[in-house]
Design a protein around this ligand. Structure first.
Ligand code: COA
Length: 315
């Protein structure tokens, strides 16, 4: 994983918008988040995380065959961020493309890579979730700017003879697209003086509605992968939910009967890093010994689209 050095605390936000540390912590659980310096791009963070993942997997960049970057905040609309990361890594034998599934991105990208590994088409996949959300946040909108942060997580995926991904689930519902979206910058509202004046190039969200759907979809999805793998929450050692909000996570745990002490959370320190969130959480849970060899882990995500997904893996 890689996060920018700069820490933006709730106290810092108190000086920027009308908010309080107490409001942010009680509604979201977030204490601080990382924010990239101006000029630092999503591919910069993705590259750093990828280098570490390749080192840990003892895999040379030239041997990567599939390189998927999940991001909502690409360096540019095109080329894909994965092509930019491929170039910096020297992963010349890989095919790279991006997955656009907002905060469900890392789970969607891992499931996509898994499918290529299962068919035998590729044997070495590098999956990255990376975001510089701070570039797309309206820093005058207190209802959204307190929630998000920047960062990247990465993993190498290869065929395994035991364990690995045992069950997956993905879903989407475009009827709720405008619950969480950034209207400007695409073909609908190309950049113009008017689009900038209307602040169309910033993230917009109906937080209350997103909250409700997120809880329901994530709880259903987590239950589905456990049922598919014929496991119950007792068999699962660690749940890695998308790190959006402690209240959402606690409600998901309640509705899916997941013991809260098995639910991993690090959003206090990073906020919602969207497509990077599940992979950063997985990284820290493994690093800190929360996840051990053979443990069953359920990763569950939810994001704009709306999108949701889960995977159940044996580490
Ligand atoms: N500081 C202080 N007050 C704030 C605030 C802030 N940063 N942001 C909003 N408020 C105010 C609102 O303006 C509102 O004031 P009003 O009642 O005078 O209109 C009040 O707080 C309550 O807002 P409300 O939206 O009802 O709060 P909430 O309990 O729903 O919590 C969220 C707001 C955003 C924390 C919550 O809806 C949420 O977490 N939603 C999901 C967001 C998310 O995780 N999205 C990503 C999913 S991938």
């Amino acid at each position: 994983m890689h996060v920018p050095q700069k820490v933006l605390t709730n106290a810092d936000l108190e000086k920027m918008v009308e908010t309080t540390d107490e409001w942010i912590q009680s509604r979201t659980g977030i204490r601080e988040r990382r924010v990239a310096e101006v000029g630092t791009t999503t591919s910069d963070l993705a590259y750093e995380a990828a280098v570490e993942a390749l080192q840990q997997a003892k895999l040379a960049a030239k041997d990567v065959e599939l390189l998927i970057v999940a991001t909502t905040t690409p360096d540019m609309l095109f080329p894909s961020t994965s092509c930019l990361v491929q170039q910096r890594l020297g992963a010349t034998g890989a095919v790279g493309f991006d997955v656009s599934a907002a905060c469900s991105g890392s789970v969607f990208a891992m499931i996509t890579a898994q499918q290529y590994l299962l068919t035998g088409r590729y044997r070495n996949a590098l999956v990255i979730g990376a975001e510089v959300l701070s570039s797309f946040i309206d820093w005058t909108d207190r209802s959204t700017c307190v929630l998000f942060g920047d960062g990247a997580g990465a993993c190498v995926m290869q065929p395994v003879s035991r364990g690995g991904i045992l069950a997956t689930d993905m879903g989407s519902d475009g009827s709720a697209a405008e619950m969480l979206y950034m209207p400007g910058g695409g073909s609908k509202y190309p950049p113009s003086h008017s689009s900038v004046d209307q602040r169309l190039h910033f993230l917009r969200m109906n937080g209350t509605e997103v909250f409700k759907v997120a809880v329901r979809r994530m709880a259903e999805s987590a239950k589905r992968v456990m049922a598919d793998a014929k496991l119950t929450p007792e068999h699962v050692e660690c749940f890695i939910p998308h790190q959006a909000n402690t209240r959402i996570i606690e409600a998901v745990a309640k509705f899916a009967d997941l013991p809260i002490e098995k639910v991993y959370m690090n959003l206090q320190r990073y906020g919602n890093t969207s497509a990077a969130s599940n992979l950063i959480a997985l990284y820290e849970a493994v690093r800190d010994g929360v996840i051990k060899r053979d443990d069953h882990v359920v990763m569950v995500a939810f994001g704009a689209g709306l999108t949701w997904g889960s995977l159940l893996l044996q580490w």
